[in-house]
Design a protein around this ligand. Structure first.
Ligand SMILES: [Zn+2]
Length: 201
């Protein structure tokens, strides 16, 4: 199978791969509900330190229930059978566009597309190892041939900087906002959260 076809097949099998790992479905349901509640509060800019502490505990207990950290799951990660948004993926395929898009908010979909277009045109053998939001910016980790990785990295750095001016939720012009969870958001999605530059940076 070509690597492109394999990437597509891998993406389609994300859910199946997750369910190949033995875990308690009640733990999954509990975590999903905690995750949605946390996200709603985060998006409303209403997170407290207690909420973060509590959610960190939820992650820990879910992680234990899932068996992350066990040899079985580490092997699944290494072999690319566990392909989940935001995770480091160390197989030879890395992230494809679809998984990369699902790893950040919809407002940054076109930025992710630009990175993959540039990669395909200028450094096709480079792998995207991780895509996530970090401190309000699109963050992309790459591995690849020395000859073209520098050019690709410079391009990605420029796109990452641009993400700090684009709302992660809707793609409108945005500012990086203060809060328990730093995010780049437009005025509509900011829910009144002040730009980072105006608070203690
Ligand atoms: Zn917005």
């Amino acid at each position: 199978m070509s690597s492109a076809r394999r990437a597509a097949a891998d993406t389609k099998s994300v859910r199946a791969a997750v369910h190949n790992v033995q875990f308690d479905p009640r733990a999954s349901a509990r975590f999903e509900s905690a995750r949605l509640a946390f996200r709603a509060k985060r998006d409303a800019g209403a997170l407290t330190a207690d909420d973060i502490q509590q959610f960190t505990e939820e992650i820990r207990s879910f992680s234990d229930a899932m068996g992350w950290g066990t040899r079985q799951v580490r092997k699944a990660l290494r072999e690319g059978r566990y392909r989940a948004p935001g995770f480091v993926i160390e197989d030879e395929v890395g992230y494809d566009r679809e998984l990369a898009r699902r790893s950040v908010g919809p407002g940054w979909a076109s930025l992710v597309g630009e990175i993959f277009d540039f990669r395909d045109a200028h450094c096709p053998h480079a792998r995207v190892v991780q895509v996530k939001e970090k401190f309000g910016a699109l963050t992309v980790y790459l591995e690849g041939p020395h000859a073209c990785l520098g050019v690709l990295s410079d391009f990605v750095a420029e796109v990452e900087r641009r993400s700090e001016t684009i709302c992660e939720r809707c793609g409108a012009p945005g500012l990086t906002r203060a809060g328990a969870w730093i995010q780049t958001l437009c005025r509509v999605h900011s829910e009144g959260r002040p730009p980072l530059a105006e608070s203690a940076r």
